[in-house]
Design a protein around this ligand. Structure first.
Ligand code: FES
Ligand code: FES
Length: 150
């Protein structure tokens, strides 16, 4: 089937099976490989993208369900909140291997845009569903807190 989708403000036409996960469409059809495959089961957060501003797991979101909703990935350059977060993560050297970071950045973008009074506890709670096997959580929380204050 043919699907028209919008990713980071650009329109794409993709021909694939309707149950194809959005994650595979992004990575294999559009070469947007910043979004990561971790567990493939909605458990680790590595594949998180925004759908109309709402964080979702792209690994368990079939392409048929996306419709005309705007998809935003870590490759987006137009989102000021995401740009601030990228800059704070870099400044504080918050990432270690970086595998978890794209999903965390998208979740954190949503957290900041929906709550201007984030403190460390609420950030930790908001990022709870994201695994970081490097154990870089504290630095990542610092980076999100710094971005939220700017
Ligand atoms: S790869 Fe989607 S939640 Fe783990
Ligand atoms: S920085 Fe390596 S998994 Fe998070």
């Amino acid at each position: 089937m043919n699907f028209q989708i919008s990713v980071n403000g650009k329109d794409y036409s993709v021909n694939c099976e309707e149950k194809t996960p959005l994650l595979w469409v992004l990575r294999n059809y559009l070469n947007l490989i910043g979004t990561r495959f971790g567990c493939g089961s909605g458990l680790c957060g590595a594949c998180t993208v925004l759908l109309n501003g709402v964080p979702i797991h792209s690994c368990d979101t079939p392409i048929w369900s996306v419709g005309d909703k705007e998809i935003e990935t870590v490759e987006s350059e137009e989102n000021p909140t995401l740009n601030k977060l990228k800059s704070c993560v870099a400044d504080l050297q918050a990432a270690q291997c970086g595998f978890c970071i794209s999903g965390l950045l998208m979740r954190a973008t949503s957290l900041i845009e929906n709550d201007q009074k984030l403190d460390r506890d609420s950030i930790a709670h908001g990022l709870d569903g994201h695994l970081c096997r490097c154990g870089a959580h504290n630095r990542i929380i610092d980076a999100v807190a710094q971005a939220g204050q700017q």
